[in-house]
Design a binder for this molecule. Structure first.
Ligand code: NDP
Length: 266
């Protein structure tokens, strides 16, 4: 994948930042997007330290809820690199609140970022990939996109929704030369719970024990890139017990239904 152009959203921290570094080590040209420009510039410097050249990295601040900004963002990428090979729709926010305590506006916010944001950027990039007759679109869903857990009704709904969207998109693109991959991480040690929204929309503001004890984001990113390089359509990335929950949910749903009510408490 050397010299390939990889566009990562949510590149300012966590899994996205680790993906950027792993891509830099592989020689990808990189587009780094998220809302915080200073954090993206910090990631850019880390990529340069990992082997990238200054001109092989474009810092492109983008709020994925701002679909009006996307045509210009795509034009900016094409003006600098001329093509897009891999789009990793990774930006996301999580939730830490019971349904009974959660305002409807919070559900809308989670869906705007975690579902509509991914769809909007994918739509904006798709004509370029179709013209190239090549490319790869990935999305970071979650094990929570397969198994519903307490305190995350909105997050689980959003992560289930993106799986439906990208499954259908993969079917539409079957003979186009464009691959679609769905990433299902388990607990990964990032800012995800710190930045998660609570029932009134305020930030949860701390790292809960599942995330604190989660997988190293760099290990996670390495596994993700290896799977993407092989074009794997859907895969779990996890080191903890949660890695078994996707197949258990499929083959022993009664067992999972007994276990999950005890999980997820922040
Ligand atoms: P982080 O909170 O560390 O990273 C989230 C990233 O998303 C940040 O770069 C943030 O940047 C960006 N982001 C948030 N809102 C927006 C927005 N409106 N527009 C653009 N970028 C945005 O968490 P993770 O690295 O863990 O999360 C990455 C992905 O992995 C998410 O989709 C998450 O749901 C998923 N995931 C994470 C798991 C975990 O255990 N950590 C498990 C399963 C899935 P900024 O604030 O600068 O905009």
């Amino acid at each position: 994948m050397t010299e390939h152009v990889t566009w990562i959203t949510g590149a300012s921290s966590g899994i996205g930042e680790a993906l950027a570094l792993a891509c830099a080590r592989r020689g990808h040209r990189l587009v780094l997007s998220a809302r915080r420009k200073e954090a993206l510039n910090r990631v850019k410097q880390a990529c340069i330290a990992a082997g990238s050249s200054e001109e092989s990295i474009l810092v492109l601040p983008l709020d994925v809820t701002d679909d009006g900004a996307m045509p210009q963002a795509v034009s900016d990428v094409l003006a600098v690199f001329g093509r897009i090979d891999l789009l990793i729709n990774n930006a996301g926010i999580s939730q830490r609140s019971l349904c009974v305590d959660t305002e409807l506006s919070v559900y809308r916010r989670i869906f705007d970022v975690d579902v509509i944001g991914q769809i909007a950027l994918t739509r904006a990039v798709l004509p370029t990939l179709l013209k190239q007759a090549s490319g790869h679109i990935a999305v970071t869903s979650s094990i929570a996109g397969k198994v519903g857990v307490p305190y995350r009704t909105g997050y689980c709904a959003a992560k289930h929704a993106v799986i439906g969207f990208y499954d259908a998109l993969r079917a539409e693109l079957a003979s186009s030369g464009i691959k679609v991959s769905i990433i299902l991480p388990g607990f990964v040690r990032t800012n995800i719970s710190e930045a998660a929204v609570t029932g009134d929309g305020s930030q949860f503001g701390r790292t809960d024990h599942n995330i604190a004890n989660g997988m190293d984001p760099h290990e996670c990113a390495e596994i993700i890139l290896r799977k993407l390089e092989r074009g794997v359509p859907e895969f779990v990335v996890a080191t903890g017990k949660e890695k078994h929950s996707v197949w258990l949910n499929r083959f022993f749903p009664g067992l999972i239904r007994r276990v999950v009510p005890k999980l997820g408490k922040p």
